[in-house]
Design a protein around this ligand. Structure first.
Ligand SMILES: NC(=O)C1=CN([C@@H]2O[C@H](COP(=O)(O)OP(=O)(O)OC[C@H]3O[C@@H](n4cnc5c(N)ncnc54)[C@H](O)[C@@H]3O)[C@@H](O)[C@H]2O)C=CC1
Ligand SMILES: CC(=O)C(=O)O
Ligand SMILES: [Mg+2]
Length: 601
C-alpha cells in the first residue's frame, strides 16, 4: 500500500526503511515508511538517521551524497563500534564513584538516543539487563535530579501552567501524525526523590524507552510529557539553571484545570492513544485516576501497575511456602508506606482475597497492617484520606494483636509476625537489623521482604541484610536491581526485582492492541495473574519470584495478550487498525505476537 501512497505524493517524498533488524524471538518485519526530509535534515533526525550505514543508493535518493564519510558501514559494524566504546567506558571508569560511572554510561547512551534511534533501541533490546539500570531506575533518578545541568536537547513535550488555553493548538506542534503511547508526569513525586518539578521528565522518557524495548512500540509513536505547574522544591526554585517554571505548584481547581486541558487536547488529536500517569503525588494520583479512568484509555502505573507486580510477588510468596494459592487469604501483610503505591497494592490484594473467598463462601478478615511516617494507622487517626481509612486497624477483642495508634514498625512486626513485610515508603534503610531480626519470628517458613522503594538509596533494606538477619529461607525483592547474594556452600540468595516494569509495557500494549475504550480492573488483574503464573514451581522453591529482566519482551507479550483477552471478554475491545473486536477474540496468543511485531516495531 505504501507504494501507491508514494506514487500519488509529490516527488520530494522518498521511501526509507528505518526499521531495526529482527529482534530475537519477536523478530520484526521491517516496515517501510515515507519521509519528506532530505540531506542534513535526515542526518539530524534521530528517527531516520542511520549515520554511516546509509547505502549509496539511499545517499543518492535522499540527497546525502558528500554529507557522510565515504565508507559505508553495516549496521552490525556500527553496533559493534558502539558496544566497544561502551565497554571501554566501563573499563576506564572502574573504581570511580558509582554516580560518576552511572552518569557517564547514561550520557553515552543518551547521545546515541539523540543521534540514531534505530541503533539505540537495537543496543537497548539486546542488552536490556545491563542497560535497564542506566535508562531506568536507579540512574534515571540521578538524571532527574541533575536534569537542568545535563540538558542538551529537548525530548517530548512540556505543557505548563502558562499554557492555559493554548494546549489544543500546542498539541499539533508535535511532529508525528500518530501517537500510540504517552507517559505523563507532573514531577511531584519522582521515585522516592520527592518534587523535582520539570526535571521529572526523565521518568516518562525512561518508561517509554521500556515501552519500545519491551512492548515493541514504534519509537516514533511514543510521547513523553511533563505538566509543569511549578515546584515546591526550594532548592530548585533558587537554582538559576532550573529549567522549569519558578513558581510554587498550582493547587486545587487551578491544578485540575491544567491537567483537564492537557487530557482533552491529547484526546482530540489522538483519541486512541493510551495515557500512563506516572509519579504524581498521592492526592493527584488518586484524583486523576478516578476522574479519567472511565473517560479515557489511561491508567496510573504507580497505583495500578505496582499493585499488579506486588500481587504477583505476594502470590509467589504463598507458593514458596508450599501452600495452595487460596492460602493467600490468610497471609498477614505489613506494609510500610500508605502512599499511592502502598494503597494501590493493598487495594488490589484485598480485591484478590475477596475474589478467592467468594469462591468458597468463607468470610475474610483484615489481613493488613499499614504504617505511614507516623507509625501504624488505626481508626484513632484523624483526617485520614478515605483510601487509607479502608485499611486502618481497629481496637478491641477482635483485634489480635491489639496494637496502638502510631505503633512503630518493629513493634508491629514483633506482634503480628507477618508472612510478608512490604516497603513502599520512599525511605532508605527503615527495614533495619531490629526489624529484620523480628521478621525471623514470622509465622511463615519463608518470610518475604519486599523493599520496593526506588531508587537504590531509598530501598528499605538490602538483600545482604535480609539473608543475614532473617535467614537463608527468606525471600527478597526490591524495586531497583541488586545482585544475588552468595550464601556459601554453593547456595544463592535471590535478589528479585519487583518493579512495575514487568507489567506496565504489557498493560499499555494490551490496551492499544485491543483498542479498549478504557482500562478496567479485570484487564489489570489478568496482567498480574499472567505475571504471577510466569514463574515455575522449581524457580519459586529457589526463591525466584520474578523473571529475569532479559526476558522482558516475552513477558510483555504474554501480559499484553492476557490484557487483550480480558478486554475482549468484558466487551471493551473495539479492535485495532484492521483487526476488529471479533477477530481479536478468536486470535491465538501466537497471533498476538505476530500482530505486535508487524504493526508496531
Ligand atoms: N517498585 C516499584 O515498582 C515501585 C516503587 N515505588 C516506590 O515507592 C515509594 C513510594 O511511592 P508513593 O507511594 O507513590 O509515595 P507517597 O509519597 O505517595 O507515599 C509514601 C508513603 O510512605 C510513608 N512513609 C514515610 N516515611 C515512612 C516511614 N518511616 N515508615 C513508614 N512509612 C513511611 C508516607 O507517610 C507515605 O504514606 C517511592 O520510593 C517509589 O519509588 C512506587 C511505584 C512503583
Ligand atoms: C518504579 C516506579 O514507577 C516508581 O518508583 O515510581
Ligand atoms: Mg513511578
Amino acid at each position: 500500500m505504501w507504494r501507491s501512497v508514494a506514487r500519488r505524493s509529490s516527488q520530494v517524498r522518498r521511501l526509507l526503511s528505518t526499521s531495526a533488524p529482527p529482534a530475537g524471538p519477536l523478530a520484526t518485519v521491517p516496515a517501510p515508511c515515507i519521509v519528506q526530509k532530505r540531506g542534513n535534515d535526515i542526518l539530524n533526525d534521530p528517527w531516520y538517521n542511520k549515520d554511516t550505514a546509509f547505502p549509496l543508493t539511499e545517499r543518492d535518493r535522499l540527497g546525502l551524497r558528500g554529507l557522510l564519510p565515504p565508507r559505508v558501514m553495516s549496521f552490525e559494524q556500527q553496533y559493534e563500534r558502539f558496544i566497544n566504546s561502551y565497554r571501554s567506558l566501563e573499563k576506564n571508569t572502574r573504581g570511580e564513584p558509582d554516580s560518576i560511572v552511572a552518569l557517564a554510561k547514561w550520557r553515552i547512551l543518551n547521545r546515541l538516543h539523540d543521534r540514531n534511534e534505530t541503533l539505540y533501541f537495537r543496543v537497548l533490546i539486546d542488552n536490556i539487563k545491563d542497560l535497564a539500570p542506566v535508562i531506568y531506575t536507579p540512574t534515571v533518578g540521578l538524571v532527574c535530579e541533575n536534569y537542568s545541568g545535563l540538558f542538551r536537547r529537548p525530548r517530548g513535550m512540556y505543557f505548563t501552567a502558562k499554557d492555559k488555553g493554548e494546549m489544543m493548538s500546542m498539541i499539533y506542534n508535535w511532529p508525528q501524525e500518530k501517537v500510540d503511547m504517552i507517559v505523563v508526569t507532573d514531577g511531584s513525586r519522582i521515585l522516592g526523590l520527592g518534587d523535582l518539578g520539570v526535571q521529572g521528565i526523565g521518568i516518562p522518557i525512561g518508561k517509554l524507552d521500556l515501552y519500545v524495548a519491551a512492548a515493541g512500540i514504534n519509537p516514533q509513536k511514543v510521547l513523553p510529557v511533563i505538566i509543569d505547574v511549578g515546584t515546591n522544591n526550594e532548592k530548585l526554585l533558587e537554582d538559576n539553571l532550573y529549567l522549569g517554571l519558578r513558581q510554587p505548584r498550582l493547587e486545587g481547581e487551578e491544578y485540575m484545570a491544567v491537567v483537564d486541558e492537557f487530557m482533552e487536547a491529547v484526546h482530540a488529536r489522538w483519541p486512541q492513544a493510551v495515557v500512563q500517569f506516572e509519579d504524581f503525588q498521592m492526592k493527584w494520583a488518586f484524583e486523576t485516576l478516578e476522574r479519567y479512568r472511565n473517560r479515557f484509555c489511561m491508567f496510573n502505573d504507580d497505583v495500578q501497575g505496582t499493585a499488579g507486580v506486588a500481587l504477583a510477588g505476594l502470590l509467589g510468596a504463598v507458593r514458596a511456602q508450599g501452600r495452595p494459592l487460596h492460602d493467600f487469604t490468610s497471609q498477614k501483610i505489613v506494609v510500610a508506606g500508605a502512599g499511592s503505591a502502598g494503597i494501590g497494592v493493598l487495594s488490589m490484594a484485598k480485591q484478590e482475597m475477596s475474589r478467592m473467598l467468594a469462591k468458597t463462601g468463607e468470610e475474610g478478615h483484615n489481613q493488613f497492617w499499614v504504617l505511614d511516617k507516623n507509625g501504624l494507622i488505626t481508626k484513632d487517626r484523624k483526617d485520614l484520606d478515605p483510601a487509607v481509612a479502608n485499611f486502618a486497624r481497629g481496637h478491641g477483642p477482635n483485634e489480635i494483636p491489639d496494637l496502638h495508634e502510631g505503633a512503630s514498625l518493629v513493634e508491629v512486626v514483633r506482634k503480628v509476625k507477618p508472612h510478608v513485610l512490604l516497603g513502599l515508603s520512599g525511605v532508605g534503610g527503615i527495614f533495619n537489623e531490629e526489624v529484620l531480626k523480628a521478621m525471623k519470628e514470622s509465622d511463615s517458613p519463608r518470610p518475604a521482604i519486599f523493599a520496593m522503594s526506588n531508587p537504590t538509596t531509598k530501598a528499605e533494606c538490602t538483600p545482604e541484610d535480609v539473608f543475614k538477619h532473617v535467614g537463608e529461607n527468606a525471600i527478597f525483592a526490591s524495586g531497583s536491581p541488586f545482585s544475588n547474594v552468595s550464601l556459601g556452600n554453593g547456595k544463592t540468595g535471590y535478589a528479585n526485582q519487583a518493579n512495575n516494569m514487568y507489567l506496565f509495557p504489557g498493560i499499555g500494549l494490551g490496551a492499544l492492541l485491543s483498542g479498549a475504550r478504557h482500562i478496567s480492573d479485570d484487564m489489570l488483574q489478568a496482567g498480574a495473574e499472567c505475571l504471577a503464573s510466569y514463574i515455575t514451581d522449581d524457580e519459586i522453591q529457589k526463591g525466584i519470584l520474578f523473571p529475569e529482566v532479559s526476558s522482558i519482551r516475552h513477558i510483555t507479550a504474554r501480559v499484553g495478550a492476557a490484557v487483550v483477552r480480558a478486554a475482549v471478554a468484558e466487551d471493551l475491545a473495539e479492535g485495532c487498525r484492521t483487526v476488529g473486536p471479533k477477530e481479536l477474540g478468536s486470535m491465538s496468543e501466537v497471533l498476538y505476537y505476530a500482530e505486535i511485531n508487524f504493526t508496531f516495531v
